[in-house]
Design a protein around this ligand. Structure first.
Ligand code: ARG
Length: 584
């Protein structure tokens, strides 16, 4: 269905044209002065330059054409030539009704059958998930839902870091600690391998230990390098052990993502790209793109217009090992083969922007993907502590995602003591949902690229711009509807107050927020729209005594507005990846 601004822009465009002005001048936007009008059109100013005529005169011509449009309560020229517009209540009500009946709730659907591959999460096997992986998961999950909600086909891939030196370090350390494991014996038989017994906690402890050790111990570092190279060549014993490590680590990662309501269609790893490396190398050499530089094989990607130096992409290092760029390029071959995407979005730390500039250029040069496929790095800033530096543990170490989650969960659980719940499992479930809402809304409300400061009290405030506030709003609506024992579908004939009109206008505009959010790849737009609606509902709720209202028509109208608010906010939260609670 068409959005309100589209409908109004069309009306204005027809009027501009009817007065022999360009139709393009008819673009309508939301009013900058909601106290004066709901919408405005500033086209007369651009028209003044084109037609050498005073903007007020142009605006007056246009307004004259629309003076008896029965959808408009008011259309007038103000100031030097602004056109101010306000809808009739009948039109606003009928639009809201249509939006609520629309299967997509007024969210504009793409007609282009686009397929978007989203690469987010990016955890590294055998390394504990840390706070840096949180933003990728939260933003990626929401962008996937946003793309789906606007009619795109999405394919999500976690792109596990399962192939680098970190695995070599872990295996080398395991070997030193458990020399008698069958996988380290020369007559190891993979077919009879029964696996290893190791917990994810142990694995999470081994990596930082081995990484530190390699910094002071050259011999150990060389061993880890050798293990990595042998693993990448397919050594059967290391491969068997590597599979075990992945199994344990992935189960742990999955559990963490499950708690956060983050999911993926594919759990491919960097290792899955290995079989596309020969094709990559062939393609690059066939096209004459690869050359030797200081023992390594590289592809030049600098362009004349570069303002900063863009170094060549290293495809093979001097020791013949593949690196991050190789894997990303080979993965693109796989994605092109399997998914034939229109766009590939990489939701990865903004600090990796040079890497993505390099691989995107190389991929286009080598024609790994067709010219019109959009490769987009959606970089994000860091989550900081109150000192303005990346969020750390109290001791100054890297904050594990699970510890961070637990801190918020404990605070959320405390809150359930004052709730209606007495059963332990109910309390736990509500606490989990508050935790997810707190983390996700607190993150997504910021524009992705920006760093932000995490502050537990501020992020959990029940009456702030927070996930809790939105969950409380839904719970409040549920409780009203439950007490009234109705679930009115929207069929209001009349608007009784200004707050109500504001609320209905916000509902009417909720659909178009998704198009803007999609264009800007900014879930923050949805957060703002949901918060705006919830705040307006709060005012509406305080101004009116819905349940005790004696005028039946009024009461029913208000109840149907409650249902509408619930429907719209629930959809917004769903796109943000936030689950709601029935009652709180
Ligand atoms: N594992 C990487 C890291 O921790 C992130 C992977 C992002 N995705 C990609 N296709 N490069 O930095």
């Amino acid at each position: 269905m068409k959005s309100l601004t589209q409908i109004l822009s069309e009306k204005l465009s027809v009027a501009f044209e009817a007065c022999s002005y360009s139709a393009e001048l008819g673009a309508v936007s939301l009013s900058d002065r909601p106290d004066l009008c709901q919408f405005q059109c500033n086209g007369a100013f651009a028209g003044a330059k084109l037609y050498h005529k005073a903007p007020r005169m142009i605006a007056a011509d246009v307004v004259d054409k629309l003076s008896d449009d029965c959808d408009l309560k008011k259309i007038e020229v103000v100031g030097a030539g602004f056109i101010n517009i306000t809808l009739t209540d009948e039109f606003l009500l009928s639009f809201v009704k249509k939006l609520l009946e629309d299967e997509n709730l007024g969210i504009e659907q793409s007609q282009k059958h686009e397929t978007i591959v989203l690469d987010y999460g990016g955890p590294n096997v055998a390394k504990p998930l840390h706070i840096g992986h949180l933003r990728s998961a939260v933003i990626g999950e929401s962008l996937k839902r946003l793309a789906k909600a606007t009619g795109r086909k999405t394919i999500s891939d976690v792109h596990l870091g399962d192939w680098g030196l970190q695995i070599g370090l872990v295996i080398a350390e395991l070997r030193e600690r458990n020399p008698d494991w069958e996988c380290f014996s020369p007559d190891f038989d993979p077919d009879s391998f029964e696996g290893i017994s190791i917990s994810s906690q142990e694995l999470n402890e081994i990596y930082p230990f081995a990484s530190q050790k390699s910094k002071n111990d050259e011999e150990f570092k060389a061993k880890a390098r050798a293990v990595t190279a042998q693993l990448q060549k397919g050594d059967p014993a290391y491969t068997a052990l590597w599979r075990e490590i992945i199994k344990v680590s992935v189960a742990d990662v999955r559990a963490n993502y499950d708690k956060l309501n983050v999911s993926f269609d594919y759990w491919y790893g960097e290792s899955d790209a290995e079989k596309y490396v020969p094709e990559l190398l062939e393609l690059l050499s066939e096209k004459g793109l690869m050359h030797e530089s200081q023992g390594a094989m590289v592809v030049d990607v600098a362009e004349d217009t570069d303002k900063v130096e863009i170094p060549p992409v290293i495809i093979k290092k001097s020791d013949n090992s593949n690196i991050y760029a190789t894997t990303d390029l080979a993965t693109l071959i796989q994605r092109e083969h399997d998914f034939n995407p229109d766009e590939v979005w990489y939701v990865v730390d903004g600090r990796q922007s040079l890497h993505f500039t390099q691989i995107f250029r190389c991929a286009k040069k080598a024609e790994i993907v067709p010219e019109d496929v959009k490769l987009i790095h959606i970089g994000y800033g860091t989550m900081n502590g109150s000192d303005g530096k990346p969020y750390k543990t109290r001791e100054g170490g890297v904050m594990r995602l699970s510890d961070f989650y637990d801190t918020i969960y404990n605070a959320a659980y405390e809150r359930t003591a004052q709730s209606k719940f007495s059963r332990e499992d109910e309390k736990a479930e509500v606490a989990r949902k508050i935790t997810v809402a707190t983390i996700k809304f607190g993150d997504l409300v910021n524009y992705c690229m920006k760093d932000y400061v995490f502050d537990l009290d501020k992020f959990m405030a029940p009456d702030g711009k927070t996930g809790s506030f939105l969950l409380y709003t839904i719970a409040r609506v549920n409780s009203i509807l439950k007490k009234a024992e109705v679930n009115e579908s929207f069929d209001s004939k009349q608007i009784y107050s200004d707050t109500e009109r504001d609320l209905l206008l916000k509902i009417a505009l909720s659909g178009e927020a998704y198009s803007l959010a999609y264009r800007e790849k900014a879930p923050s737009v949805i957060c703002e729209s949901a918060y705006d609606l919830a705040s307006c509902f709060s005012k509406f709720y305080h101004d009116n005594h819905i349940l005790t209202e004696e005028d039946e028509d009024k009461k029913n109208t208000w109840l149907s507005i409650c249902t509408a608010v619930k429907t719209v906010i629930e959809k917004q939260l769903d796109v943000l990846g936030i689950e709601t609670v029935e009652l709180m």
